[in-house]
Design a protein around this ligand. Structure first.
Ligand code: ATP
Length: 364
């Protein structure tokens, strides 16, 4: 009987619970035992009660709950070999040979590293008498499947990540609320949204709320006089009778010299140059929280099902898959290739090659 575990790792994203539910129930339906590892990789390292067998009813209510019920953590120990040795021992002792990891690129990098090291880790555990030769022989291969839980939608090679659409809705709701007060007082608002290397949230929210100006890392405002350009645009909108001004800035926004553009810079600019009564709203963690929208519930469910199917179809010599969405279909792609391309996006932005950055994010 196959034993499949799931963990959630890195920043929480709405829909992670639906992914856990999808994996647990599909595993049970396919005749496997399902396990949840609590607190991300920390649970793997600590073992014991942190690795729990899950029944069908244990994931009741997960579909609609925000955050991640089984917990997530940033785990330093898993970055070290000794931590991964403990994690390997705990998996073998529980009879688990397949791990579905739902997290961002860091979490998926850790997962693939773990899989690559697996035979060495088991050999070392046998040498130190932590495992018997028989135990190690039964689990000669670790199956890893990656699900991308990330509100930023920052992973290469997939159209969308679990949590991003809910986060976008939350941002739009917040900007709608801000808009009504902005119109009432004829004010300007600079709204900062999440996204360290990825402007998807800012761009999509800007289109959906009709923002006046948007700042994202992938397309910095051109030239040294972008301030004039922005002020001219906003003045034009005001001259046309608009009573509100909304500027959306992604937390990773930069100018064409790669210098950060902050919400405070923009607020000062609108106040000093255009004499607008300007307020600044950093949306912060409210963007991550709350119930997942229908899209994320369904995306995570479909991907959770596909993750179990990928485990059951896996072969030792085939690279670990990441479950991507391409043109509205699930697709198993090489996890490490997608993670490597994601790292290349930030590097391309760093060398001002913005066209390459977009191609690396969407290589298809
Ligand atoms: P987010 O996009 O929300 O930041 P993430 O998955 O990228 O999510 P990280 O903090 O980078 O978040 O990684 C989460 C955890 O994954 C780390 O705390 C660590 O335990 C593990 N991890 C990350 N990178 C590695 C690595 N190179 N080797 C081993 N483990 C890693």
């Amino acid at each position: 009987r196959r034993k499949i575990a799931i963990l959630t790792s890195g920043g929480d994203a709405p829909g992670m619970n639906a992914a856990v539910r999808g994996v647990v129930r599909t595993a049970i339906m396919r005749g496997c035992d399902a396990y949840a590892v609590h607190e991300g990789y920390q649970g793997l390292v600590d073992g014991g009660d942190m690795i729990k067998k899950m029944g069908w009813d244990d994931v009741q209510g997960y579909l609609t709950t925000g955050g991640t019920v089984i917990g997530t953590a940033r785990c330093k120990a898993f970055r070290e070999r000794w931590g991964r040795l403990k994690a390997a021992k705990n998996l073998v002792k529980n009879g688990i040979d397949a791990l579905v990891v739902c997290g961002g690129d860091g979490s998926l990098t850790g997962a693939d590293l773990f899989r690559g090291e697996w035979p060495d880790l088991l050999e070392e555990l046998v040498q130190t008498n932590e495992l018997t030769k028989d135990e190690a022989a039964t689990f000669s291969h670790l199956n890893i499947v990656g699900l991308v839980g990330s509100i930023d939608n920052d992973m290469s090679s997939t159209d969308i990540t679990i949590g991003a659409v809910t986060c976008l809705h939350r941002i739009c709701e917040s900007i709608d609320s801000i808009s009504s007060t902005a119109s009432s007082h004829s004010r300007a608002f600079v709204v900062e949204v999440m996204g360290r290397h990825c402007g998807w949230l800012a761009l999509m929210a800007g289109i959906a709320t009709g923002a006046d100006f948007i700042f994202i890392p992938e397309r910095p405002p051109s030239g040294d006089n972008w301030q004039d350009e922005m002020c001219a645009d906003i003045k034009k909108h005001r001259d046309l009778g608009k009573r509100k001004t909304i500027v959306i800035v992604c937390e990773g926004a930069i100018d064409s010299n790669l210098q950060p553009i902050t919400a405070k810079d923009l607020k000062d600019l609108l106040t000093d140059r255009l004499h607008l009564d300007t307020r600044m709203t950093i949306l912060g963690h409210v963007q991550r929280g709350g119930k997942p929208c229908a899209f994320d519930r369904n995306l995570a469910t479909i991907q959770g099902i596909e993750a179990v199917e990928a485990v059951l179809a896996s072969k030792p010599d085939v690279p670990s898959p990441m479950i991507a969405m391409c043109e509205n279909r699930t697709k198993r792609i090489d996890l490490m290739k997608a993670v490597a391309l994601t790292g290349e996006v930030a590097k391309a932005i760093g060398r001002k090659d913005f066209v390459a950055a977009m191609q690396l994010r969407d290589p298809a």
